[in-house]
Design a protein around this ligand. Structure first.
Ligand code: DC
Length: 222
């Protein structure tokens, strides 16, 4: 099936989720937030009391993950877990289960199944390198750790949480280190990806750059 896929990978808080969703909306494409699948797997394991380093146990859950995305929300069976999967503890859990090769393998087919007409925009860490190596357009979105920490800081303050900017910068660097040094599917730009540094760009400018890149590739194909 020749469905156009656009992949947007990058480190945490690079803004890739927002950008991917906006690009998908502009093109009328489907949208896959692959990080949500790792978060859902971690949440389900926590609910079932399965240890997050129990590869066989977590993989069994990931293989038949009762997850769905509809009505603007994220569901595990009929429970709305939109907020729950964003909790810090679930994010930590997601990064642990994401390091288990069998879990990644179990989620592979499910991610690829999102490539449906008229097209897909997928965001994550390994969309362009592993999940959709033949994607028509690949983007690797970065921003320096300070800029990403500042964006996260603003989000937290807006939601009424307290936050410490210096600690966020430290966390961001530690997470980058873990994601890029991981043995399976480490975070790195695919050789054929457009590497886009968004440190000095706003959301509209990044969306526009990604769309322009996609259209220029499509124009060459026709
Ligand atoms: O993007 P996020 O914060 O929702 O991702 C949650 C965790 O899942 C994060 O630790 C990285 C991991 N992840 C991954 O390993 N591969 C992906 N394609 C997406 C996320």
């Amino acid at each position: 099936m020749n469905v156009p896929v656009i992949t947007i990978d990058g480190p945490s808080a690079s803004g890739k989720g927002t950008i991917a969703e906006r690009v998908a909306a502009e093109l009328g494409f489907h949208f896959l937030d692959s990080g949500a699948l790792y978060r859902l797997t971690a949440l389900l394991a926590m609910k079932h009391g399965v240890l997050l380093d129990d590869e066989a146990g977590v993989t069994a859950l990931a293989s038949s993950l009762p997850a769905s995305f509809h009505d603007g929300a994220t569901w595990l069976d009929d429970e709305n877990v939109t907020e729950a999967i964003r909790a810090e503890a679930v994010g930590e859990g997601a990064s642990k289960v994401a390091a288990l090769p069998a879990v990644r393998e179990a989620l592979l087919g499910r991610q690829r199944a999102y490539a449906q007409p008229p097209g897909l925009v997928a965001d994550g860490r390994d969309m362009g390198t592993v999940v959709f190596p033949h994607a028509v357009t690949k983007v690797f979105l970065t921003a320096n750790a300070e800029a990403r920490a500042e964006r996260r800081y603003k989000q937290l303050i807006e939601k009424g949480n307290s936050a410490n900017l210096a600690a966020l910068v430290r966390d961001m660097r530690a997470r980058d280190e873990r994601d890029t040094q991981r043995a399976v599917a480490p975070l790195k730009p695919s050789a054929d990806a457009l590497v886009l540094d968004s440190t000095l760009l706003n959301i509209d400018q990044v969306v526009e750059t990604v769309l322009r890149h996609y259209h220029s590739i499509r124009a060459k194909q026709i």
